[in-house]
Design a protein around this ligand. Structure first.
Ligand SMILES: Nc1ncnc2c1ncn2[C@@H]1O[C@H](COP(=O)(O)OP(=O)(O)O)[C@@H](O)[C@H]1O
Ligand SMILES: [Mg+2]
Length: 258
């Protein structure tokens, strides 16, 4: 297993524990989507995987090794626009390597690869204010991938995009992560997004958090999203997961009132 969360306990002050004995695994090369009501603990799981939060009990393991601090083997991409406005695309993407003190030649080689990967070679000298929404997302993706982490953590990375652009980004993301054989842990509250992108969808809910259901997605890696959307199998999966999520939402509201 690439990522293992083992019997994790976690909570913030003055709140019922979010996690109690929580288990989760992501295999190498696997794309796992986490779906669940707002506030259930999805971002908390990503932060534990990234080593930004430490469990109160239990362990996070990456590639078999116990994680005790920041996980340097993951790239992290969120919904926010965190490009530095005073830096060009190239300088923004290079930032993680500069922070690591990577040698110049290696930095430049990695930059060329990353720019090519997300199709931004022509835009390397532009500033963030000159980029479209899609180009910004691609620059952020390149920045998350530049040091070659085997796993990407994505927290609603396309949440702020309009529907059409989101569809484009979905196919682009799959092409990119398949090319790199990247593992992905992807948080969303968009049902169709989870079913289209993931190999496995975990519907989460409750406090402490539980996996309400694990759904295997049958499309395989080389998927054509525009084709899948038209199938009855997709529609059936979508309504199945929608129902699960409705139950999780209802539980969440009931718990909030209690
Ligand atoms: N830094 C924090 N301090 C205190 N409580 C927090 C903090 N971050 C998140 N929480 C609480 O933890 C719970 C889970 O949050 P989060 O993981 O962000 O949920 P999700 O990403 O599923 O919307 C929520 O009730 C939230 O209010
Ligand atoms: Mg969140």
């Amino acid at each position: 297993m690439l990522l293992e969360l083992q019997r994790i306990d976690f909570g913030f002050h003055q709140e019922a524990p979010i996690l109690q004995g929580f288990d989760m695994q992501v295999a190498a090369g696997e794309f796992v989507a986490l779906l669940g009501p707002s506030g259930c603990g999805k971002s908390t799981l990503l932060n534990l995987a990234a080593g930004l939060l430490l469990p109160l009990a239990g362990a996070v393991r990456f590639n078999g090794a116990y994680l005790h601090g920041i996980n340097r083997n993951v790239g992290y991409m969120t919904q926010g626009d965190t490009l530095l406005p005073w830096n060009t695309v190239a300088k923004n993407i290079l930032l993680p390597l500069e922070l690591r003190g990577t040698p110049l030649q290696e930095r430049m080689d990695s930059l060329e690869r990353a720019l090519k990967l997300v199709n931004l070679t022509q835009a390397r000298d532009k500033y963030p204010s000159e980029l479209s929404g899609g180009m910004k997302r691609r620059a952020l993706l390149a920045r998350s991938l530049i040091y070659g982490p085997p796993m990407l953590l994505m927290d609603e990375p396309f949440g702020a995009l309009d529907a059409q652009l989101r569809e484009t980004m979905h196919q682009e993301l799959l092409t990119t992560v398949n090319r790199l054989q990247e593992s992905v842990l992807f948080v969303t509250h968009d049902i169709s997004e989870s079913i289209l992108l993931a190999d496995r969808v975990l519907v989460l809910g409750g406090r402490p958090l539980r996996v309400l259901e694990e759904t295997r997605i049958p499309w395989g890696k080389e998927r054509r999203l525009d084709e899948i959307r038209k199938t009855g199998e997709y529609a059936a999966l979508e309504s199945h997961v929608r129902e699960l999520l409705r139950i999780a939402d209802a539980e969440q509201h009931a718990a909030a009132r209690a």
